[in-house]
Design a protein around this ligand. Structure first.
Ligand SMILES: Cc1cc2nc3c(=O)[nH]c(=O)nc-3n(C[C@H](O)[C@H](O)[C@H](O)COP(=O)(O)OP(=O)(O)OC[C@H]3O[C@@H](n4cnc5c(N)ncnc54)[C@H](O)[C@@H]3O)c2cc1C
Length: 459
């Protein structure tokens, strides 16, 4: 990573304070800290934040922009802990943002990877029906894929034809999507951040935003303060805070709901000697009554094969195991009417998922539906990721991508929030970035500001 600019480290200052500074000198250091002034501040250095930061400066290169990320590295949450699939856009309701942005995002991502020589593979994907009920829904999915404009889809109508694509896989019928791919999204996010930095964008790591408020200034109306009391002012702010997207929206007066309820997805790994059993992505036909796509088989860019993910409540928003607990966040989720309603509706499934999560060999039965020869000896526990899924107070998952604007005083038309960008958010990230930059350009007046800066620079 070329950028790696950390804040003029306040933590170090705190450590040095008793040794080097008298109280007066330390206060003077704080008082003389320069307030940064930016045209745009982007909060959250995951795949959506970095892709949008890159797009922003490629469309408006004269803007002064900063990307703030709370961790010491970019892209370590959902961006690093997902299935790594470049989805083709089959499942999503025609006309929805997901349908449009996934199809467009997949093309943009592959084109960008080609240009930048970022490794990715078009391994393809089979969606496999194992009984007559699933065959019916498979056909619905196929039609959906066609109306979404997914290229190259094929309906496979026999076990023999499935075998030709994936010799170990069992099923009655399947959809074959040859243009589904795999990529390492963290790699991609770092490349976006590099591009942003190369054209003058600033990146601040370990910068956890604590407040976003009115600055009282006409020229830079939005004030952003982090947990180390570093202050910056900006004309516009975009937040892409993943698992904290609702909390950060609330800072600017947006409603509490829909709320993010963190669902952990745990994967199993195929042992190295068994990896050759899986060549392409193998997915079940999703149960339309259940919220997630179901456990699948995914080859990875590093040669691993991941099996999963399941879906269990995470005890902390960014909690990757049962031992990662944040009691306030846990109580917040457990007492939310939306979560209670969802549990009541899916009680049997939820309890089953918990049991299979704790006693993982029980998951093998689900996997054997598609790969009958797989056994628990072939697998081991793998990594996990946490989904930032927005949930309405009535227990309904927000299916589509969702963006929100602050309506508060000076912040109106100045602050835009990405509130719900679950799967296929990573696939769609470059298309989301294009849409957001267009929106900020036209609706928020960024286009005009950029033109003024250009004019000023010429004179
Ligand atoms: C298990 C799982 C499997 C998935 N599989 C796929 C898949 O195969 N294909 C696909 O397309 N999508 C998939 N997804 C979805 C995809 O990972 C997400 O849609 C995407 O990563 C969202 O990116 P993001 O930038 O919004 O979030 P994140 O990557 O979570 O980034 C948000 C960033 O904001 C930062 N942040 C939060 N609060 C603050 C703050 N106050 N100040 C500063 N920074 C802050 C965080 O530290 C984080 O780095 C999957 C997700 C999961 C969990």
């Amino acid at each position: 990573m070329k950028f790696m600019k950390l804040y003029p480290d306040d933590q170090t200052m705190k450590f040095l304070k008793p040794i080097l500074f008298s109280r007066r000198l330390y206060s003077a250091h704080k008082a003389t800290q320069k307030i940064g002034e930016y045209d745009v501040a982007i909060i959250g250095g995951g795949i959506i934040g970095t892709a949008t930061a890159r797009e922003l400066l490629s469309v408006y290169p004269k803007l002064k922009a900063v990307l703030l990320e709370k961790e010491k590295e970019l892209g370590i949450h959902q961006t690093a802990n997902n299935s790594g699939v470049i989805h083709a856009g089959i499942y999503y309701t025609p006309g929805s943002l997901k349908a449009k942005l996934c199809v467009e995002g997949s093309k943009l991502t592959m084109k960008h990877c080609d240009e930048k020589k970022i490794p990715y593979k078009k391994v393809g994907k089979l969606i496999v029906a194992t009984d007559e009920e699933e065959v019916k829904y498979l056909k619905v999915l196929y039609e959906r894929g066609l109306s979404n404009g997914v290229p190259g889809l094929e309906l496979i109508d026999s076990q023999e034809k499935i075998h030709k694509i994936e010799p170990e896989c069992k099923g009655l019928k399947a959809i074959w999507s040859p243009n589904t791919g795999i990529v390492d999204y963290k790699n991609l996010a770092i490349s976006h951040a590099d591009d942003f930095h190369t054209v003058g964008g600033e990146i601040r790591l370990r910068a956890e935003v604590a407040t976003i408020e009115e600055s009282g200034r006409e020229d830079y109306p939005v004030k952003v303060v982090d947990t180390h009391d570093h202050v910056l002012v900006a004309k516009y702010v975009l937040t892409c805070a993943g698992l904290y997207s609702d909390k950060i929206s609330m800072l600017t007066g947006c409603p509490r709901n829909p709320r993010i309820v963190p669902f952990r997805g745990e994967y199993l790994l195929l042992k190295p000697s068994k990896r050759k059993m899986v060549k392409c992505n193998i997915y079940p036909v999703p149960n339309p009554k259940l919220p997630f796509l179901g456990v699948h088989f995914t080859p990875r860019m590093d040669g691993n094969v991941w099996l999963g993910p399941n879906a269990v409540l995470a005890f902390k928003r960014e909690g990757y195991s049962y031992f990662d607990i944040n009691f306030l966040e846990l109580i917040d989720a457990l007492t939310y009417t939306g979560f209670i309603a969802l549990c009541l509706k899916n009680m049997k499934y939820g309890v089953g998922e918990m049991i299979r999560s704790i006693i993982w060999p029980l998951q093998i039965k689900q996997l054997q539906k598609y790969l009958p020869n797989i056994t628990s000896e072939d697998c081991e526990r793998g990594p996990s990721g946490v989904r930032a899924q927005a949930l309405g107070p009535d227990g309904k998952l927000l299916e589509d991508f969702y963006f929100d604007k602050s309506q508060k005083g000076q912040l109106k038309d100045r602050v835009l929030h990405c509130r719900n960008c679950p799967s296929p958010g990573a696939t769609s990230s470059m298309a989301i970035a294009k849409m957001l930059v267009e929106k900020m350009g036209k609706e928020f007046g960024l286009e005009k500001i950029h033109a003024e800066i250009k004019k000023k620079l010429k004179t």
